[in-house]
Design a protein around this ligand. Structure first.
Ligand SMILES: *Cc1c(COP(=O)(O)O)cnc(C)c1O
Length: 449
């Protein structure tokens, strides 16, 4: 029997002491012990960024088996936006798990699934008639969005963009841009997927949104042709690709072209959705109304759930039985989503995301000449680190900054095609004091490297 340290809490939520507390080196001895077992029990391909093993989390902290309390700037990749083990989510899950755990919605239904669909139809951009369908993971939802678009248009080709990330299944690997670690060695990939250039203001010479869209559209027309194109899929703010915010006007121009050419415009809001950017959906910042919206990550406070929501006529195109899956729209995940969505709808979390943006901008803008840009929206912010003399991406520095932050007790994630982006995805439940302390750790880590 393993003895549990009395300092290692097993009850999470906002009641956990909101402090950075290091009682061992990171990772500590118990985490190292479990990690050694992980190495011999879990497939090597399943990596761990920061191999501490967690017993409780809540507010802005995660607590590990050694009793260390780390500041969370990752939210499990933008998932625990409402806070980890949020009491409302925990209560909804507990009630549902005691009522029933599964029926398979496509065998016998339950109201929770329908309620989540109604909420998504109400909350996603646009006031047209909508339908939703629920799945388990972001990648699975993206795959289904493509299925729906092909079914509706009777066309096959799909356009994704440079730096895109849409998942790790076969079709979504094809849509994802970056080879290592997501695609390398895992081909062949799904056919009829094409890539177009993105608006990337820091690195495309400062093209306007309209100019960048014209380049992308010309390439699409010349290399694929609208007559063959079922869908364009794009993240309104790119996630894994580097938190790239396209220049103003880029997304509206793509939406207008898609509309004029019978092409389904799919917004992948898996990372940017549900309050993360200070709006319910990042599309709202650009004033666009996508035909289909893909959601996941923040939707259910940590329970696995994803969805596609879109125009009724598009969503209703596939025949009955064409969409689904054993676990899709699991009742426990639906209960969690309804609790989380109620929290988002109160509005104060969206305001909190905007405050977090201000705090991050204030702390990091001009903090070091190697910070080429502070960008993003709300609590989806990033810095791009470069060689100050040449402007070249500095992945080595980025790695050192992340390692130093980890050693100091801050869960910090990196991203970007060039591996030189530090991203900030704190839970919206983080306190000002903890956020400030974590950002100081990051600034110090940059200065020391
Ligand atoms: C994470 C992510 C996905 C994939 O979601 P999974 O749940 O990991 O399959 C798809 N698109 C975007 C934008 C993401 O950030």
């Amino acid at each position: 029997m393993t003895l549990v340290d009395s300092t290692a809490s097993t009850v999470g939520g906002p009641g956990l002491p909101q402090e950075r507390r290091l009682v061992t080196e990171i990772p500590g001895p118990r985490s190292r012990e479990i990690h050694a077992r992980k190495q011999s029990a879990v497939a090597n391909g399943v990596g761990i960024t920061l191999p501490v093993y967690i017993t409780a989390a809540g507010g802005g902290v995660v607590v590990d088996v050694d009793g260390n309390s780390l500041i969370d700037l990752g939210s499990g990749i933008a998932v625990t936006t409402v806070g980890n083990a949020a009491p409302e989510v925990a209560a909804a899950v507990t009630a549902q798990v005691n009522a029933f755990t599964h029926t398979c919605f496509t065998i016998t239904g339950y109201e929770g699934y329908v309620e989540v669909a109604e909420a998504l139809n109400r909350l996603t951009p646009g006031d047209h008639a909508k339908r939703s369908a629920l799945f388990n993971s972001g990648a699975e939802a993206v795959e289904n969005a493509i299925k729906v678009a092909r079914s509706y248009t009777g066309k096959q080709a799909v356009v994704a963009f440079d730096h895109a990330y849409h998942g790790r299944t076969n079709l979504t690997m094809a849509l994802t841009a970056k080879s290592m670690p997501y695609k390398s060695g895992f081909g062949p990939f799904a056919p009829e997927v094409y890539r177009a250039p993105l608006s990337y203001p820091l690195r495309d010479g400062g093209l306007s949104g309209a100019e960048a869209a014209k380049i992308a559209i010309t390439q699409i027309e010349k290399q694929i042709g609208a007559a063959n194109l079922a869908a364009i899929i794009i993240e309104p703010i790119q996630g894994e690709g580097g938190f790239i915010v396209p220049a103003e006007g880029f997304l509206p121009a793509l939406v207008a072209w898609a509309k004029a050419n019978d092409v389904v415009f799919i917004a992948d809001e898996v990372q940017s959705g549900f309050g993360r950017t200070g709006a319910m959906f990042a599309s709202e910042h650009e004033g666009i109304v996508p035909d289909l919206v893909v959601t996941a990550k923040g939707i259910a406070g940590g329970l696995p759930l994803s969805a596609i929501t879109g125009r009724a006529e598009i969503m209703d195109a596939p025949h009955a039985g064409g969409l689904g899956g054993t676990y899709t729209g699991n009742p426990i995940a639906c209960a969690a989503a309804l609790a989380a969505i109620e929290l988002y709808e109160r509005g104060d979390l969206l305001q909190r995301a905007r405050e977090i943006e201000q705090a991050i901008r204030a702390k990091l803008t001009g903090a070091d000449p190697r910070i080429a840009e502070v960008r993003g929206r709300g609590a989806m912010m990033a810095i791009e680190l470069v060689d100050a003399a040449t402007g070249e991406p500095d992945a080595a520095l980025t790695g050192k900054v992340a390692a130093a932050a980890h050693a100091a007790g801050v869960v910090l994630l990196t991203c970007g095609t060039y591996g030189n982006v530090v991203r900030f995805l704190p839970p919206l439940a983080i306190s000002d004091a903890l956020l400030d302390e974590a950002l100081d750790v990051v600034v110090d880590a940059i200065a020391a490297n």
